[in-house]
Design a protein around this ligand. Structure first.
Ligand code: ATP
Ligand code: MG
Length: 428
């Protein structure tokens, strides 16, 4: 992609409406723009990140055997009356259609998936079944804030599982717990699973996945031993499950099993939440299957959410410096920025174009800054948007047959041949 043809409205100054660093940087880097309170446009650069986040989630969900589907955003309110929830409290956004029927813009999809299930699944042989979607949700949050962290319209991965018994539901619950740790770790995040309240979703067992951050909205208590466990590349799930951790509402100082000197208190950003639901929805909505003995069974359920759009902000909270974002490779909007330091200079143009084309041919995503801007402005933009690599061609280097390759994360720079730079970028 050529910068001259791209839509990248970067801002030099911190926008006054943003309080947290991720919100500031997402606006400054031209990733998002607010349309109305808690409602964001995802501009081309932001959308690339959102897509990469979704891709990691899809790969890991597919790996667990979960099946992707998509359900409508607009749901008939009758389903919510059947389940007994009635709606989603003050956060419910309603609309009335031309037949005077009330629809809810889905804040979550337990009712819809249970409706699919009861109409289509007949036998225990079809279980367990775990289905997920990546879909926009609407919750009329009282205080939308921090940009995409607490939006009103936001993107969620939500899955729902069905089982003949509790043991099977628990097995899937643990598989999701494990998959979630892998998903966050692939994005460069260290998430702590904490015991949580089930809120309006219901059920009696649940964990939130919390990324430690000062700006996090949740207060947490956890065993100090989590620190070593979450630092590991391959999280030891068995060890983690034995440790104490709880969200504010669940924490009970009087009955806490952890010695005060080993109990850590912190703030976190909730990036995921898993629930064991029991038969709350299946029983209320009349979902049942024929069991092995020919008797009807009301399926046990679980549901598992990830804040996809919130993750984009969370990754930035966890990975930035004073110059801008530092994208982990797995979610970076482009892997490399090729910077032509003297656009219009024949030798610089030729060298930059050649590298740009070679990288694209090799399947590497590249943003090629071919604009007539100062070197300083180009570097500032590259630092701000945080691509993992920058390859800069200037007159002196081009004469010597070299490019300046910079690693955004370490700040290391090397004057090397274009070929050596390509190899480094491609990890050869
Ligand atoms: P919170 O406590 O932050 O309001 P929640 O517990 O209501 O979230 P869940 O119903 O568990 O949210 O939804 C699953 C995931 O969706 C959350 O873990 C979070 O990452 C994300 N999420 C929830 N609400 C929002 C929102 N308003 N904006 C962005 N992401 C959200
Ligand atoms: Mg939650």
């Amino acid at each position: 992609m050529r910068s001259s043809r791209y839509f990248l409205p970067v801002l030099k100054e911190d926008p006054s409406e943003a309080q947290v660093v991720s919100h500031k940087l997402m606006l400054r880097a031209g990733m998002i723009r607010q349309l109305s309170a808690g409602n964001y446009n995802w501009l081309p650069l932001g959308l690339r990140v959102l897509r990469n986040i979704q891709q990691i989630i899809r790969e890991e969900m597919d790996r667990t055997g979960a099946l992707e589907l998509i359900m409508p955003t607009m749901q008939p309110i009758e389903l919510w009356q059947e389940s007994g929830r009635g709606g989603y409290g003050a956060e419910t956004l309603k609309a009335v259609d031309r037949h005077e029927r009330t629809l809810i813009y889905g804040p979550t999809h337990e009712e819809v998936i249970t409706d699919i299930f009861r109409k289509n699944v007949k036998s225990y042989r079809e279980l367990p079944l775990n289905m997920y979607q990546i879909q926009w949700k609407f919750r009329d949050e009282i205080r939308p804030r921090f940009g995409v962290m607490r939006g009103r319209e936001f993107l969620m991965k939500d899955s729902y599982s069905f089982h003949t018994d509790k043991a099977s539901a628990e097995e899937t619950y643990i598989n999701m717990y494990r998959a979630y740790l892998r998903i966050f770790s692939r994005m460069g995040l260290k998430a702590i699973p904490v015991q949580a309240d089930t809120g309006p979703i219901g059920g009696d067992l649940s964990h939130e996945f919390q990324v430690l951050a000062e700006t996090g909205e949740s207060a947490l208590y956890y065993d100090k031993a989590f620190e070593a466990l979450i630092a590991a590349d391959q999280p030891d799930v068995e060890a983690m499950r034995k440790l104490y951790s709880a969200a504010d509402e669940k924490h009970d100082a009087a009955n806490c099993p952890v010695k005060p000197e080993n109990l850590k208190q912190g703030r976190g950003i909730e990036v995921g939440h898993i629930f064991y639901l029991g038969t709350k929805y299946s029983a209320a909505m009349g979902a049942k299957v024929l069991g092995a003995d020919g008797k009807e069974v009301v399926p046990e359920m679980g549901c598992y959410g990830i804040g996809v759009s919130r993750l984009a902000g969370t990754i930035i909270e966890a990975s930035h410096d004073k110059s801008g974002i530092i994208w982990p490779e797995a979610v970076a909007p482009f892997k490399v920025g090729v910077v032509n330091l003297r656009q219009g200079d024949e030798a610089c143009d030729r060298a930059s174009e050649e590298m740009y084309k070679k990288l694209e041919t090799a399947g590497v995503t590249v943003l090629y800054d071919d604009r007539k801007e100062s070197a300083g402005a180009k570097f500032a933009t590259m630092d701000l948007i945080g691509l993992p690599w920058q390859a800069a061609f200037g007159p002196r280097g081009v004469t010597a047959g070299t490019v300046e390759l910079k690693n955004r994360k370490t700040g290391e720079k090397h004057e090397i041949s274009a070929e050596a730079a390509m190899n480094k970028i491609m990890g050869k």
